[in-house]
Design a protein around this ligand. Structure first.
Ligand code: SF4
Length: 244
């Protein structure tokens, strides 16, 4: 099931006007316990075969840009009703103008959550140091060995960078969550236990089920996902490992 590995190009700073391709005004699921607006940024340096936002990743030109002044005006109107803004994608940290977007959101008095694949610890560290992010959700794609991670990310991955991002978050300077999308072709129970042991002592690891409806890799389309009961059972097994 593994697709060919290829390093996706990261845009040069001058080529990135920070297009915002999606704006969900209210979400109850993107930041546990909070009501947030969600901004979706295009492109990603991974090619996870199970990615359900793949149009945003591989064909961002297919979406109109949403003008940033419009978004800020709406956020100003919404800020009595939402707790913060989740910046998602795609992979937000590949955009050089991400800090300015976060700063603009925070100037409105809203908190900021970042969804990331953890591949850019330098950016993550800078965002934390500047106080631009209040919560981070980081995907852990697979056990941290090169073959497993490359299969799940659809490209070769610098595991030292992933580990650095994990270590940054585990300092606990901001609220953080780890999460793994579980795909039968990529993850067995032992893989999930392996990830949990690696993250032992951190705040949490949430398992989420693969959605086979429209994944990036057509070979995964319609593939069976794990039964909800099995996934729940694995969540119950890994939680005490994480909390050790
Ligand atoms: S699942 Fe996330 S990290 Fe993977 S390709 Fe999609 S946006 Fe990128």
């Amino acid at each position: 099931m593994m697709q060919a590995l290829a390093q996706a190009p990261v845009p040069a700073p001058h080529a990135d006007p920070l297009s915002i391709k999606g704006f969900l005004e209210t979400s109850f699921v993107d930041w546990p316990g909070k009501v947030v607006s969600v901004l979706f940024l295009p492109r990603c340096n991974f090619r996870c075969p199970f990615c359900h936002n793949h149009s945003l990743v591989v064909n961002p030109a297919g979406y109109d840009d949403i003008p940033r002044p419009y978004i800020m005006a709406r956020l100003t109107e919404l800020k009595e009703w939402v707790d913060g803004v989740c910046i998602s994608g795609g992979e937000p940290t590949i955009h050089p103008r991400l800090p300015s977007l976060m700063a603009e959101v925070k100037e409105l008095g809203l908190t900021v959550k970042l969804d990331t694949n953890g591949s850019r610890p330098d950016i993550l560290q800078a965002l934390l140091a500047q106080g631009l992010v209040d919560c981070v959700a980081m995907d852990i794609k697979a056990p941290l060995d090169e073959v497993s991670y490359a299969r799940a990310a659809g490209t070769a991955v610098d595991l030292a960078a992933i580990q650095e991002s994990i270590a940054l978050l585990e300092k606990g300077e901001v609220e953080y969550y780890f999460r793994t999308t579980v795909v039968p072709a990529l993850h067995k129970g032992e893989d999930l236990l392996h990830i949990a042991r690696h993250l032992s002592g951190s705040s949490s690891l949430t398992l989420q089920n693969f959605n086979a409806e429209d994944p990036l890799d057509p070979r995964f389309k319609g593939a069976a996902s794990y039964h909800a009961e099995w996934l729940q059972g694995m969540q119950e097994r890994i939680t005490p490992i994480i909390q050790q």
